[in-house]
Ligand binder design. Structure first.
Ligand SMILES: NCc1[nH]cc(CCC(=O)O)c1CC(=O)O
Length: 306
């Protein structure tokens, strides 16, 4: 089989993901090449992502190259992939999911449960809203950029701690700075958090697509992502809305908790459902309908007014 060209952004986390996918492919005897591509999201670092408001901020340039054949697959954090893909592209594999929790990173030994007025750096609307809702004694400040940039901002005194996904922190080997792990029951992660998604053109040779999927895909993670991504798609949301959704798989069933939270943290809509893997995608749609009809519509309408 020909060499699989793996497209990725150039950040350290993106390269980790591309190399991880490359290892999985090589283990099955495929030959690979990594192609680094710069995206708009990498260039604009001075604004909150929710304010740039562009769909596919980290994916557009990769998708162009999937179409012209410069790359065969694009590797993304599943969390950063827009919920509706263009018709000619699709996700063909999801890697086995990492621990999904959000965590706090700090250089000082702070006690998050006891200390008050801790200043927490994040740029995520979901995380800011959840802090206000569940931990009103903490204070959120906007800190953006890659992990290394954020750590530097913390060292310069912009904040006492950073709020991040465990997956990225672990992959970048900063586990020793973790001072708190948020429970997923309160701090339910963003859709797709902790797994790596592989995108390809629908025109890819069937044999190659099957070989890539067989090497990379974790079926249990895929069932969960079907539910989570259907939820976000029906909600018509991306990473700029304070929605959350986490599906887990056990004993043949997909258990799904999802919802949305008011930006100021005043009110949260949350629901749990269960389905078989075959029903996972439909459950995601039903979840979105339920959330929209139980306060979600009003929360989204407010956000879209602003
Ligand atoms: N939005 C940026 C982003 N995309 C994926 C990860 C972490 C790795 C993952 O969740 O797969 C992060 C950083 C973060 O949210 O802390």
């Amino acid at each position: 089989m020909r060499t699989v060209k793996i497209g990725t952004r150039g950040s350290k986390l993106a390269l980790w993901q591309a190399e991880y996918v490359e290892e999985l492919l090589k283990a099955q005897g495929l030959t690979t090449e990594i192609v680094i591509i710069e995206t708009k999201g990498d260039k604009i670092l001075d604004k909150a992502i929710s304010k740039i408001g562009s769909k596919g901020l980290f994916t557009e340039e990769l998708e162009d190259q999937l179409r012209d054949g410069s790359i065969d697959i694009a590797v993304h954090s599943a969390k950063d992939v827009q919920s509706s893909l263009p018709d000619d592209l699709h996700l063909i594999a999801f890697t086995q999911r990492e621990i999904v929790n959000d965590v706090l990173l700090s250089d000082s030994a702070l006690d998050f449960d006891k200390q008050e007025n801790i200043v927490i750096g994040t740029s995520s609307v979901r995380r800011i809203a959840m802090l206000k809702h569940h931990y009103p004694k903490a204070q959120a400040v906007n800190v953006r950029g890659n992990l290394q940039t954020r750590l530097q901002k913390m060292q310069e005194g912009h904040c006492d701690a950073l709020l991040l996904a465990y997956a990225g922190v672990h992959r970048m080997r900063y586990d020793d700075k973790i001072v708190y792990r948020f429970p997923t029951e309160k701090f339910t992660p963003a859709v797709g958090q902790g797994t790596v998604a592989v995108e390809a053109s629908r025109n890819m040779e069937t044999g190659l697509a099957q070989a890539i999927k067989a090497a990379i895909n974790d079926p249990e993670t895929e069932y969960c992502l079907l539910a989570e991504r259907a939820y976000l798609r029906t909600l018509e949301g991306g990473c700029s809305i304070p929605a959350f959704g986490l599906a887990t798989y056990s004993d043949g069933m997909v258990n799904f908790t999802a919802g949305i939270i008011e930006v100021d943290g005043s009110h949260e809509v949350r629901k749990t459902m269960q389905a078989t893997p075959e029903g996972a995608e439909q459950m995601g749609d039903e979840m979105a309908a339920w959330v929209l009809n139980h306060g979600g519509k009003e929360i989204l309408a407010k956000i879209r007014q602003q």
